[in-house]
Design a protein around this ligand. Structure first.
Ligand SMILES: Nc1ncnc2c1ncn2[C@@H]1O[C@H](COP(=O)(O)OP(=O)(O)O)[C@@H](O)[C@H]1O
Ligand SMILES: [Mg+2]
Length: 470
C-alpha cells in the first residue's frame, strides 16, 4: 500500500483534495526541518466528527461507486491513508467539528508491534507539539493532517535540510499548478493556498491573462448525460513574450513536452501534457494546450487511478478529441510558420528571405528584390553584382539549420526585431547612401514601408518622411 507510486507532490495534493472537498477556503502546507522532518496540511473546512474521523482513517471507507458531490475530489476512500503512508510512518489527523476535537493516529510501528490494526487516539495535550497545531488551534472547524517519521520521503529525497527544502519548493510549484483554478475562482470556489506562511502564486499553464494568448470557445461533448468541455489555447510565440511571461510559459518544462491536453476534474488538474495518442507531439503544435473539464461523475469512464495522476479518455471522448486536436493545433502552426513570400498568398510585405520548397527539401533564399538589397546593388557594376550574388548563395547554403532547430526546440528564442528608433535610424542612413544613385525619395520611403523589418514600425512612412525632410 505504501508503494502505489506517489511522489511527495502528488501525495500532498491528494491530502489537499480532501480539504477542497470539505469546503475549505484556506489551506496551508507546512514543511519543517527544525528537528525531525515534519509535514502538515491545515484547512478551515467542515472538519469531522469523531465517527467521521474514525471512518476517514479506514481504508476504502467510501466505495468508488458512491455518488459524490460535484466538488468532491475524492474517489476510492484511500487517498488520505495511501498518500500519507507513502511518505511517512506516522499519520496523525486532528479535526474539529461542532466544538468537538478528535485526534487519531496510524503508527506503522505500533501496528507492527501490536500485530493489529489498532488506531491510536490522542488528547489535545499529546497532540499540541505537532507541527501546525498552533494554526489549527485558531480554526473553529477544520482539519490538520500531520506526517511524522518521513522514512520514504527521506529515502526518495535525501536526508539533508537542503533536500527537504528542495522538496518544499517542488510541492509549492505542484500545488500552484494543479489547484490554479481555485486561486482565481475560475468555475470553482475560491481557495487561498499557503506554504510555510507565504501565499502560493498560481501557475496558469495557458497564460490566459496574456492578451497575446489565443483561445477558442468552449466545445462541449455530451456523454452519459454529462458534459465534458474543451477549450484550446495557443501560447504566444516565445519571442513575443516578456522575460517574466517566458519563464511562466516554461515553468512546466519545455514547450514540446508540455503541449497537449490538460484535464481538470472538478477544477483540479489531474493530468497534463499528453495528446492521449490521438496525435503525435510535434514541434509545430508545441504552443497548443487544450483545457478539458470533466465532472467526477464520469470517473468510471476515465479510468482514473488512485493517485489521480493518470487517466485515459473513454472512446467517445477520444474520437472527438482526435477530430478536434487537428484544428486545435492549427493556430500553433500558424504562429510558428515562416511567412515566406513564395508559399503564402501574394504578399503585401517584401520579405528578406524566400522559402523555396522542393519535395521534402527546403531552402531559404535572400530576396534580391528587397529594397535594401536593391539600394545596395544599384551602383554596382555587373561584375560586382554577380560577385555579390555569389556571396549571397554562400550565405544561403551555409545557413545553420540544424543548430537553429536544436536551439529552438530547446525553447531558446531568436532575438526580436530592433526597436522602431533603431530601424528609422537605419533607414535614414541608408537614404544618405542611396540618394546619389538617383533614387526617388518617395519611392524609397514607400518601398521600405512594405519591406521587412521596416513594415513593423508604426507610422513608418510618416516618421521616415519627417526624419528625411527636416
Ligand atoms: N481535510 C478533511 N476534512 C474533512 N473530511 C476529510 C478530510 N480528509 C479526509 N476527510 C474524510 O475522509 C474521507 C476519506 O478520505 P480519503 O481517504 O482521501 O478518500 P476519498 O477522498 O477518496 O473519500 C473523505 O471522504 C472525507 O469524508
Ligand atoms: Mg481523498
Amino acid at each position: 500500500m505504501r508503494s502505489i507510486g506517489y511522489t511527495v507532490e502528488s501525495a500532498v495534493a491528494d491530502v489537499i483534495d480532501n480539504s477542497v472537498a470539505a469546503n475549505a477556503s484556506h489551506v496551508e502546507v507546512l514543511f519543517s526541518s527544525a528537528g525531525p522532518f515534519q509535514v502538515a496540511v491545515i484547512d478551515d473546512g467542515d472538519g469531522m466528527s469523531r465517527d467521521e474521523a474514525v471512518a476517514a482513517m479506514r481504508l476504502a471507507a467510501t466505495s468508488p461507486t458512491t455518488e459524490r458531490r460535484p466538488e468532491d475530489l475524492g474517489r476510492f476512500g484511500l487517498g488520505l491513508k495511501t498518500a500519507s503512508l507513502s511518505q511517512c510512518r506516522t499519520l496523525t489527523i486532528a479535526s474539529r467539528k461542532d466544538g468537538d476535537l478528535t485526534v487519531l493516529r496510524w503508527s506503522l510501528d505500533h501496528v507492527i508491534a501490536s500485530g493489529e490494526w489498532s488506531l491510536i487516539e490522542l488528547d489535545s495535550t499529546e497532540a499540541s507539539d505537532l507541527l501546525g497545531w498552533d494554526q489549527f488551534a485558531h480554526e473553529s472547524t477544520g482539519t490538520l493532517v500531520h506526517w511524522g517519521d518521513l522514512d520514504q520521503l527521506r529515502m526518495s529525497a535525501g536526508d539533508e535540510q537542503s533536500d527537504f527544502d528542495r522538496v518544499a519548493v517542488e510541492v509549492r510549484e505542484h500545488v500552484a499548478l494543479v489547484f490554479h483554478l481555485f486561486n482565481s475562482g475560475d468555475t470553482v470556489r475560491k481557495i487561498g493556498f499557503k506554504l510555510n506562511g507565504g501565499p502560493i502564486t498560481p501557475i496558469d499553464p495557458f497564460l490566459s491573462t496574456s492578451l497575446k494568448t489565443q483561445q477558442t470557445d468552449w466545445e462541449p461533448i455530451e456523454i452519459d448525460g454529462q458534459r465534458v468541455r474543451l477549450k484550446a489555447y495557443t501560447l504566444p510565440y516565445l519571442n513575443k513574450l516578456s522575460a517574466v511571461e517566458r519563464t511562466k510559459a516554461l515553468k512546466l518544462g519545455g514547450l514540446r513536452e508540455t503541449q497537449g491536453f490538460y484535464v481538470y476534474r472538478g477544477g483540479r488538474l489531474v493530468i497534463w501534457g499528453t495528446w492521449f495518442r490521438v496525435a503525435p507531439r510535434s514541434e509545430m503544435a508545441k504552443l497548443t494546450r487544450v483545457r478539458v473539464d470533466i465532472p467526477n461523475s464520469l470517473d468510471h469512464l476515465w479510468a482514473l487511478d488512485v493517485k489521480k495522476s493518470t487517466a485515459a479518455p473513454p472512446p467517445l471522448v477520444r474520437r472527438r478529441l482526435s477530430e478536434l486536436a487537428k484544428t486545435m493545433m492549427l493556430p500553433s502552426q500558424k504562429v510558428q510558420e515562416f511567412r515566406g513570400r513564395k508559399v503564402n498568398q501574394p504578399a503585401k510585405v517584401d520579405h528578406m528571405w524566400d522559402l523555396r520548397l522542393n519535395g521534402d527539401e527546403f531552402s531559404y533564399e535572400i530576396n534580391i528584390d528587397h529594397p535594401a538589397v536593391q539600394a545596395f546593388t544599384a551602383d554596382l557594376t555587373d561584375e560586382q553584382r554577380e560577385q555579390f550574388e555569389l556571396v549571397l548563395r554562400d550565405v544561403e547554403t551555409t545557413f545553420p539549420f540544424v543548430d537553429a532547430h536544436n536551439r529552438m526546440s530547446g525553447d531558446k528564442v531568436p532575438v526580436s526585431a530592433d526597436a522602431d528608433e533603431e530601424l528609422l535610424k537605419r533607414a535614414t542612413e541608408s537614404w544618405a547612401h542611396v540618394r546619389s544613385s538617383g533614387f526617388e525619395l518617395e519611392t524609397f520611403i514607400r518601398s521600405l514601408a512594405i519591406a521587412e523589418p521596416y513594415y513593423q514600425v508604426s507610422n513608418f512612412e510618416r516618421r521616415l518622411r519627417e526624419a528625411l525632410t527636416q
